[in-house]
Design a protein around this ligand. Structure first.
Ligand SMILES: *Cc1c(COP(=O)(O)O)cnc(C)c1O
Length: 394
């Protein structure tokens, strides 16, 4: 009974029973095109055979032992991930917020080891980093923070995609030790920074001895059309966090590091009971291997390009459409009015979408999206947006 659940979510009036690929079915048998993939989680879509196989095989063998012992599957996934990302070491957690907690603790420990007593981390307006106390304090959205004061200290906030603001903040504060940034802001409205932004952050971090921490929880694992979105900028962070698509729905998070950052944690400095257990890591490995073998990163780039162009030709001239932007299968259509209502209208029409930052329709379809499904998505959604704009006012 829903009354037994804490009222943390505004749920839509639908319950799904099963899925396959980009499709979901509800309790009445109605079929939906899933253009949200469980909020960028199910990159391989629903009921993927490789994920099923990984879960079943591993569950029959070993689910959990704890980090008191060696875990072969954790080592295997760790090797795959660090190699793919060009990083050196990884800590496994169970969610995005936990991966970011690890990164924040790592940055603080890095600072203290260098004699910075009261370290501060630069964070961005419009960012989202999670719902734990430290990650909601890092998040640049008052709604996420309101009522949970006192917030965790040690964050300095600046506007996103604004290098000068960082330079000014830095001149007044000798205690800055790191920058935490999403390469593309997801919850913030699919905001893609200028091409020089990440390279300039990298240069600044190198000059100042700060850690560049990329939150790739939403952008990573191929979604942007590269394995990791920072690759578009030809830079490497010192620390990178992952979660969402890494387990295709099986909870797993990861905090990767290289260089000095990779040597910060020592026995006792951080830990997790479940983190990196054989089941989650076996599935993470299946996700990585399948993503690579099926060419899904290239598919995300290609289908993303198709969607961007198709939505632009269908909607760009339409009064009320402010911007259509995207990279890979991470797309935002910004309207000149709040459009949360569209989520329910789309649901009725058999389409799952999301609206974020009040006015931005956000699409995060599975990376397995094929051309006919992409065409259906454009056709259905363009029609809905057209109708919505025609019957509402800015
Ligand atoms: C979803 C998300 C998080 C939080 O992940 P959880 O698994 O919900 O804790 C953090 N950062 C970004 C960029 C996200 O999109």
């Amino acid at each position: 009974m829903i009354e037994s659940l804490m009222a943390t979510y505004n749920r839509l009036p639908v319950t799904f029973t099963h899925g396959e690929g980009v499709w979901l079915w509800d309790t009445t048998g109605k079929r939906y095109l899933d253009a949200l993939a469980g909020i960028a989680v199910c990159g391989l879509g629903h009921a993927h055979p490789a994920v099923q196989e990984a879960i079943c095989t591993q569950a029959a063998q070993l689910i959990h032992t704890s980090n008191l012992y060696g875990i072969a599957e954790q080592e295997r996934l760790g090797a795959l991930l660090t190699e793919r990302a060009g990083m050196e070491r990884v800590f496994f957690a169970n969610s995005g917020a936990e991966a970011n907690e690890a990164a924040l603790k790592l940055a603080r420990l890095y600072a203290h080891r260098r004699g910075v007593e009261n370290p501060a981390i630069l964070v961005m307006e419009g960012s989202f980093h999670g719902r734990t106390l430290a990650t909601l304090s890092a998040t640049g959205n008052r709604k996420v923070q309101a009522g949970f004061e006192p917030l965790v200290q040690g964050f300095v906030r600046v506007p996103y995609d604004d290098i000068e603001a960082i330079e000014i903040a830095a001149t007044n504060r000798p205690n800055i030790v790191a920058i935490l940034v999403e390469p593309i802001q997801g919850e913030g409205g699919i905001r893609i920074p200028a091409p020089e932004y990440l390279p300039r952050l990298r240069t600044l971090c190198d000059q100042e001895g700060w850690l560049l921490i990329c939150d790739e929880i939403q952008t990573g694992m191929g979604r942007s059309g590269q394995w990791f979105a920072h690759e578009h900028a030809h830079i490497k962070p010192d620390v990178m966090t992952l979660a969402k698509a890494l387990g295709n729905g099986v909870p797993i998070g990861a905090c990767l590091a290289r260089g000095a950052a990779a040597e910060v944690f020592t026995p006792g400095s951080h830990g997790s009971t479940f983190g990196g257990n054989p089941l989650a890591c076996r599935v993470g490995r299946a996700v990585m291997e399948t993503t690579a073998a099926a060419g899904l990163v290239a598919n995300a780039a290609q289908q993303g390009e198709f969607l961007l162009n198709a939505f632009r030709s269908a909607l760009a001239q339409r009064q009320g459409v402010v911007a259509i932007r995207g990279r890979g299968l991470m797309l935002g259509i910004e309207l000149n009015r709040p459009c949360g209502e569209l989520v329910g209208l789309a649901l009725e029409a058999g389409l799952l979408i999301n609206v974020t930052a009040e006015r931005v329709i956000r699409l995060l379809p599975p990376l397995i999206l094929a051309q006919p499904e992409a065409e259906q998505l454009v056709q259905k959604l363009s029609h809905l947006i057209d109708g919505f704009l025609g019957t509402t006012r800015a």
